[in-house]
Design a protein around this ligand. Structure first.
Ligand code: HEM
Length: 488
């Protein structure tokens, strides 16, 4: 596809002065040294040196598109969020998909979770739901995240991802068994961003006009159907077309084939949380659908490509702490850590005024904060007073929190997340394994064994296998045999 350059008139410097020659730099005489007075040359080289901003520490590789969310059910008894207040109501969205571990230029077709970061431009401010294509995660406390990601990224000595580090961490973190079983199963390599589900993954708070609290989990079910790649197919595609997912998304929107997802929520009344059989705020667990059946609440459609990838995708920012009235966090320890991590990453990566960029600023609401100045501030507040309270008018606080308060008790110290009656790290991965057909089980075991066989130390491999044995004896037995066959 070609994009027409809409600018007219002569080429200029960044200050707008006409450029006479963009092919030859100025020299002191023919064949002589280059002159510092060549402003155009200096400016061009200097700007080029500064084209990159730090890539995201995780989820560096991604693609995005705009679209709309449409409400299809009455959820006003659960939440007072205005964008969810009426059937048929539409809200503009921007969605960025990503892989997790790879750097900016990494191939798309790899075994890795996919990010599913969604920004709703609501009339009460931007609401971000920064999820994945998996309903669970590897760990359940934010304090482990940097260690976990270090094992997924490049080893400090070899400079490559190392099976030793990956399996050492997973083996020593049995809570990862559920997500790892999921990741090495059929859904571990989606065929494209369009052919996978999205999940909010965490539990969030919804609260209604009367101040009643509900715990919710979001599910985005692809209407394109789930399609995955086998390990062999992915290996070929990653080499042939590293941009396969990004290209597929852009081209399908260019063709007018707009991908859609059916949006569902699981809803738990607040009073049921304390005695639920699983800790409802533990991100390594799902709420089985027989306990809380998903109900349909909306439709998500992507229908417009960004015009400039750097401005709209690379500089887009999504924060789990971007809530709107009627929606808030749960006490999930992972989510709580994320409430800090993202804003901090944005200040480092894009800058203190990242929220002023067109892709990030509210579109249906107006940001009326007293945040001012800093690098690249555009002066949008003019001469308005920059403090509050003041006697000159301007925005004032509302007196109503976005979400309802939680009651707490106990001591301030390093507490693990509380275990409920049926909580252990193995029951849900065991159930997931037993749900699989024989063919699926075989592919899961082959995928895992192929990977674990690359571990250099037997104790690390054995510890990793042990977790799967605890999930299901047959799973462990078959995996051990498959690893042994490969390691000889
Ligand atoms: C406590 C654990 C976690 C921490 C500390 C963390 C931290 C981060 C950071 C620093 C970024 C880069 C943000 C940026 O530079 O713009 C990021 C990106 C992302 N994370 Fe997490 N993360 C955690 C867990 C999770 C979980 C559990 C999910 C999904 C359920 C998730 C989904 C994402 C997604 C989708 C992105 C990419 C957002 C985008 O497209 O810009 N993360 N994470």
């Amino acid at each position: 596809m070609t994009v027409q350059d809409e600018t007219t008139g002569p080429m200029t410097t960044e200050a707008g002065a006409p450029v006479a020659d963009n092919q030859n730099s100025q020299t002191a005489g023919v064949g002589g040294p280059v002159l510092v007075q060549d402003q155009h040359l200096l400016e061009k080289l200097a700007h080029f040196n500064r084209e990159r901003i730090p890539e995201r520490i995780v989820h560096a590789r991604g693609a995005g598109a705009y679209g709309k969310f449409t409400v299809t059910a009455d959820v006003t008894k659960y939440t007072r969020a205005k964008f969810l207040s009426e059937i048929g109501k539409e809200t503009e969205v921007f969605l960025r998909f990503s892989t997790v571990a790879g750097n900016l230029g990494a191939p798309d077709a790899v075994r890795d979770p996919r990010g599913f970061a969604l920004k709703f431009y609501t009339e009460e401010g931007n609401y971000d739901l920064v999820g994945n294509n998996t309903p669970v995660f590897f760990i359940k406390d934010a304090i482990k995240f940097p260690d976990f990601i270090h094992t997924q990224k490049r080893d400090p000595y070899t400079g490559s991802q190392e099976a030793d580090n990956v399996w050492d961490f997973w083996g020593l973190s049995p809570e990862s068994t559920h997500q790892v079983t999921w990741l090495f199963g059929d859904r571990g390599i989606p065929a494209s961003y369009r052919h996978m589900n999205g999940y909010g993954s965490h539990t969030f708070q919804w609260n209604n006009e009367a101040g009643e609290v509900f715990w919710v989990k979001y599910h985005f079910k692809t209407d394109q159907g789930i399609k995955n790649l086998t390990a062999e197919e992915a290996e070929v595609l990653a080499g042939k077309d590293p941009d396969s997912h990004q290209r597929d998304l852009r081209e399908s929107i260019e063709r007018g084939e707009y991908p859609t997802w059916t949006v569902q929520v699981q809803i738990m009344p607040a009073a049921e949380a304390a005695n639920y059989r699983f800790n409802p705020f533990d991100l390594t667990k799902v709420w089985p659908h027989e306990d809380y059946p998903p109900i349909e609440i909306g439709k998500l459609e992507l229908n417009r490509n960004p015009r400039n990838i750097f401005a709209e995708v690379e500089q887009s920012i999504f924060s789990p702490h971007h809530f709107v009235p009627g929606i808030g966090p749960s006490p999930d320890k992972m989510l709580q850590g994320r409430l800090f991590a993202y804003g901090d990453a944005h200040r480092y990566r894009v800058g203190i005024n990242a929220d002023l960029l067109p892709v990030n600023e509210p579109k249906a609401a107006q940001a009326r904060s007293f945040g001012r100045d800093g690098v690249m501030y555009d002066g949008r507040h003019g001469g308005a007073k920059n403090y509050e309270p003041n006697s000159f008018g301007g925005p004032a606080e509302t007196g109503r929190a976005l979400w309802e308060p939680a009651s707490v008790s106990g001591t301030t110290e390093d507490h693990p997340a509380p275990a409920h009656a049926e909580d252990d790290d193995f029951v849900q991965p065991g159930n997931l394994y037993r749900l699989m057909s024989e063919d699926e089980k075989q592919r899961l075991i082959d995928n895992l064994a192929g990977n674990i066989a690359g571990v250099s130390r037997d104790d690390i491999a054995q510890r990793a296998i042990e977790n799967f044995r605890k999930a299901d004896a047959d799973f462990g037995k078959r995996l051990e045999a498959a690893v042994q066959a490969l390691r000889g």
